[in-house]
Design a protein around this ligand. Sequence first.
Ligand code: S2G
Ligand code: ZN
Length: 467
Amino acid sequence: MTDTAVLAELMTLVAPAKVLTDPASLQAYGTDWTRHYPPAPSAVVLPRTLEQVQAIVRWANRHQVALVPSGGRTGLSGAAVAAHGEVVVAFDLMNQIIGFDAVDRSVVCQPGVITRQLQAFAEENGLYYPVDFASSGSSQVGGNIGTNAGGIKVIRYGMTRNWVAGLKVVTGTGELLELNKGLVKNATGYDLRQLFIGAEGTLGFVVEATLRLERAPRNLTAMVLGTPDFDSIMPVLHAFQGQLDLTAFEFFSDKGLAHILARGDVPAPFETPCPFYALLEFEALNDEVAEQALATFERCVEQGWVLDGVMSQSETQLRNLWKLREYLSETISHFTPYKNDISVTVAKVPAFLREIDAVVSQHYPDFEVVWYGHIGDGNLHLNILKPAHLDKAAFFARCATVNQWVFEIVERYQGSISAEHGVGMIKRDYLHYSRSPAEIACMKAIKAVFDPNGILNPGKIFAPDHQ
Ligand code: S2G
Ligand code: ZN
């Protein structure tokens, strides 16, 4: 724990009221959505300016204090957890949109801007920020960049990385780097901005981001299609991708749908019970596109890949269909799920799914397994629900025994053990299934360049050297 004299010095760097040490604040700011690790920060500091962030990092170097960056704390890998007496640097007070250029279609955000706030700002200016996911109502832009957040529109718009045109970061020595400055083209050596995107705050803290915006999509239309089995989902994807420019292609299982319908606030898409459901979305720019979608639906039915389906006819119905997918994470969170967030290239999904599902069914015969995810970009969310009679520790220990079988398959398919949720602490011990020893050595060398004293989010992505 950081001693009081050292903390007293910290208070001189920011408004004294912005260094919190009360138990409620330590508890709230020291954790994320994983709830795996008991939060134990020694303090929380809330800077208002990037200069204060620089001063905090220099202070931490002087006193060898570990810092953990904290945004919306919606992470699912423990990357924003302070479990070892670190000082949490929370960006809640750096929450302003400080620039916009309609010609460049760019917006300058402080790291504490809420994702939904950025999306609304873009819409107010006739544009669109196309990275979206279940937690966008509370996640922050800085954290989205730190984890290279993906979500439900990646098939068309890519990950957060695709939308970062400029980045200001404070490195582990307190140095301010202004990277790429919003340029579309800049062939002047290494694109250092990319190193900080997805680095989970281990190389530097995002203190300002210039994000690109896109034209607003028109007449978004969704379809939910019931399929008889896993194997039918990818032919459906290919059939529709051959005809339409999809903005989303998601899937969920019947168990997932059952949990959504049990809420009582979301209508069923149609009556036919199906083992799996695909949710796809496209811009119905004209009647011909909508007709093409219906014709493709008919062809999928003829091929036996689809049992039943529905197409949204209104904004309300579009939103209701999306609730079937977007409510899943929050709805099953009541069952303390053990989560896997895995990915392979799209072509490998059918064979990969079959192998993973066989291993999971064999090792978890008595647990409820809920599949859902962004199958259109090869990203699957495998959620094992905790039975009421098992305590969390016993359940998680039981699930972890299966990880090696699951991750061996991921490795064999050259997939990722963490498609979009990041490594943090939860996936740290499995990194080698997706990254080679040479890659890990390079990552550690890069860490040493930007954070030579190892004070930035130590223990995330890889174990700290001394542990
Ligand atoms: C999703 C959200 C977190 C989870 O819903 O796509 O990334 O795995 C997830 O429930
Ligand atoms: Zn996801």
